[in-house]
Design a protein around this ligand. Sequence first.
Ligand SMILES: Nc1ncnc2c1ncn2[C@@H]1O[C@H](COP(=O)(O)OP(=O)(O)O)[C@@H](O)[C@H]1O
Ligand SMILES: [Mg+2]
Length: 232
Amino acid sequence: MIECRNLIKTYISGDVRTDALKGVSFKINKGEFVSIIGPSGSGKSTLMHILGALDNPTSGEYFLDGHEVSKLDDDELSDLRRNKIGFVFQAFNLLPRTTVLRNVMLPLLYSGMTMEERNKRAKECLRYAGMEESKFMNLSNQLSGGQMQRVAIARSLINNPSIILADEPTGNLDTKTSKIIMDAFRELNRKGHTIILITHEMDVADCANRIIQIRDGLVERDAPNKPNDHVI
Ligand SMILES: Nc1ncnc2c1ncn2[C@@H]1O[C@H](COP(=O)(O)OP(=O)(O)O)[C@@H](O)[C@H]1O
Ligand SMILES: [Mg+2]
């Protein structure tokens, strides 16, 4: 489903050249739960942007469902991002002073669905992500961090993506809440979604069935993992 072949990403700003990825290769199959772990500055977010078709590598090839992403035109790219991938970020990226329900519905604004259909779909996703029904009409800025991340997960599910890409999703959460959010990802994986989770914390990475360790823009280790439910 996902294949990276020798991905290289070099940023140039002014005289400064940063080799963020120096030749990264791996495959991820449908239904896997993979953590990508590495220290700050190792290239995780750069890799996530390429995997999410938000950016192209400087060289190397990235295939998503058989398509080489750098060869797609803008329409094909936005289609791919909208329908195949759900994004979850550390900072939640919710609209403040906007209800939970509306935050989840927003990506459907230009979908051609009626208001009623969008409402129904958003509620399904919120339930699927384990959000309490009584909070659907709350403003997003009145929620706890864990609740905000559940809303962000519900929003990432709105187009029923096969892949969920999460960049440091527990980075702003305390240990107990992190565990609850990791359980939500485990549950989504059981329901068939491929999960790619990026983190710098070993106890978070340990919830996955495979751990890819990156350091200085290279894969240092790529091995199966027996998920540990009790670590966090
Ligand atoms: N847009 C950018 N322009 C220039 N350098 C960047 C940019 N994004 C990231 N970098 C650099 O690339 C390296 C990898 O960054 P990043 O992928 O964000 O790592 P991580 O997410 O693991 O902390 C770092 O040295 C960072 O400073
Ligand atoms: Mg990062």
